[in-house]
Design a protein around this ligand. Structure first.
Ligand code: NAP
Length: 246
């Protein structure tokens, strides 16, 4: 299947974890992937090297998705080079876990700024480009914490629930322009985002997952590519869970 051959994909958090797997899946199908990363230049360089063997083309740009000016400048460059884009994946995300009573303002604000405001800034610029061609696919990477909650993650849970609210309202604004907006909600996925969990915590969390294992980044990528495909043309405003039955 080369469905994405020639399509242009913007993805945040593209050079590590889930974002790297999603970018790789698009590149293998011949897409042009314009990725964003925060500051880990080594990971970006390593991915650029790996990507040279795929059919598609990869660009990686350093940009803070929470900074509205940086996002606007990034999309100006994208518009100059590509005119429009087909697909946007809002994947960049961070955690700063603390019990609410002990949470400092910075840990609250940073998580909301990157996970939620970042999604807003990216969608705002992308929708304007997609409207030009009356076609688009937006996929926001949320989390089960948005709906089931998790102690120590009030900031993260609020940001992820906010993404779902944004998705459900934005899809109504863009439906007539054939721009769909959906979420993918991965459960526990083996990436550096959960590197800080102790072996005991990992064991406990695996017991909570009905499939008794964590997900692979490629399993999330498969769900993202489905929603980004033309096969998902009548699906908008939904959340697709990829969580082993959580
Ligand atoms: P990860 O391995 O920690 O990678 C995070 C990526 O986001 C990196 O590429 C990072 O760039 C980028 N990033 C962070 N802050 C940014 C900013 N301000 N501007 C631009 N890019 C930024 O994370 P992951 O596990 O792949 O998670 C990806 C998404 O899935 C997140 O939204 C996360 O909340 C969600 N999710 C993950 C899990 C899980 O179990 N892993 C479960 C549910 C949902 P640098 O490389 O430059 O740092």
């Amino acid at each position: 299947m080369e469905e994405f051959n020639g399509q242009t994909v913007v993805i945040s958090g593209a050079s590590r974890g889930i974002g790297k797997a999603v970018s790789t899946a698009f590149l293998k199908q011949g897409a042009t992937v314009i990725g964003i990363y925060a500051g880990n230049r080594d990971a970006a360089d390593a991915f650029l090297k790996e990507a040279s063997e795929f059919n598609g083309t990869l660009q990686l740009h350093q940009c803070d998705v929470a900074d509205a000016d940086q996002v606007e400048r990034f999309f100006q460059k994208v518009e100059e080079e590509f005119d429009t884009i087909d697909i946007l994946i809002n994947n960049a995300g961070i955690r700063r876990d603390k019990l609410l009573a002990l949470m400092d303002q910075e840990s609250w604000q940073k998580v909301i700024d990157i996970n939620l405001t970042g999604t807003f800034c990216m969608c705002r610029s992308a929708v304007l480009l997609m409207m030009k061609q009356k076609y688009g696919r937006i996929i926001n990477i949320t989390s089960p914490v948005a709906t089931i909650g998790f102690a120590g993650q009030t900031n993260y849970g609020a940001s992820k629930a906010g993404q779902i609210g944004l998705t459900r309202s934005l899809c109504k604004e863009t439906a007539r322009k054939k721009i769909t907006v959906n979420c993918v909600s991965p459960g526990f996925i083996d990436t550096e985002l959960i590197d800080d969990l102790s072996p005991e915590q990992l064991k406990e969390y695996k017991k909570v997952v009905p499939m008794r294992r964590f997900g692979k980044v490629t399993e999330v990528a498969d769900a993202v590519l489905f929603l980004a495909s033309r096969k998902a043309s009548y699906i908008t405003g939904t959340v697709l869970d990829v969580n082993g039955g959580l």
